[in-house]
Write a protein that binds this ligand. Structure first.
Ligand SMILES: CC(C)(COP(=O)(O)OP(=O)(O)OC[C@H]1O[C@@H](n2cnc3c(N)ncnc32)[C@H](O)[C@@H]1OP(=O)(O)O)[C@@H](O)C(=O)NCCC(=O)NCCS
Length: 167
């Protein structure tokens, strides 16, 4: 399969925060943000694989600063690395208080998607060829993140993890 750069999957999703997205304090609900992140990550995974993709895992997500009603939310997502049938997607979330042009980084996360066929069986996806320094760093580090999440899911014996040094 022809390798693809992360730029091929780069996705930007922009939303305005309305009262129906917020809690009683007028700040964005965490679950709503996770939903939009899932959508952005799914589009990035689809752009990379050109296949139907399902969410296999969501890594630890922390909400650094509240996003308020009336603010703009921008999510950037791209595939950092493809393994066999799975892809790791890196997401950055920015908030912007209008009319300022200044964006503040709200949070970052990694989602894992698996490409599936019409029967729901995992199918291979093209490899990723990182180009920029940041993409190369993300690519290298993704193997360790993958092993950590597979250990957490009970799908990998820690002793078999190549990036963990166990005594
Ligand atoms: C994700 C899913 C397709 C994996 O199917 P599976 O039968 O477990 O398949 P496998 O064990 O062969 O794993 C397939 C790939 O998924 C990866 N994977 C499976 N579980 C994972 C997890 N918890 N975290 C990260 N990757 C995972 C495997 O590492 C493998 O990747 P690789 O081919 O690149 O090495 C299946 O579990 C599924 O359909 N889950 C529900 C998805 C869904 O509905 N998501 C929406 C939220 S409800």
């Amino acid at each position: 399969m022809e390798p693809k750069p992360p730029q091929a999957s780069f996705t930007v999703l922009t939303e305005m925060i309305f009262p129906n997205h917020a809690n009683a304090l007028g700040t964005l609900m965490g679950g709503q943000l996770l939903y939009w992140m899932d959508v952005a990550a799914a589009i990035a995974a689809y752009r990379h694989s050109q296949r139907i993709c399902v969410t296999a895992a969501v890594d630890y997500v922390s909400f650094r600063s509240p996003i308020r009603v009336g603010e703009l939310l921008t999510i950037e997502a791209y595939v950092t690395r493809a393994f066999h049938t799975s892809m790791e997607v890196y997401l950055k979330v920015f908030a912007q208080a209008l009319p300022s042009n200044e964006k503040r980084l709200s949070n970052e996360a990694y989602y894992t998607f698996v490409a599936i066929d019409q029967s729901g069986c995992p199918i291979p996806v093209p490899p990723v060829v990182p180009e920029t320094e940041e993409e190369k760093r993300q690519y290298e580090e993704s193997l360790r993140r993958r092993e950590m999440r597979l250990i957490a899911a009970g799908k990998l014996d820690p002793a078999a993890a190549s990036t963990l040094k166990l005594k």
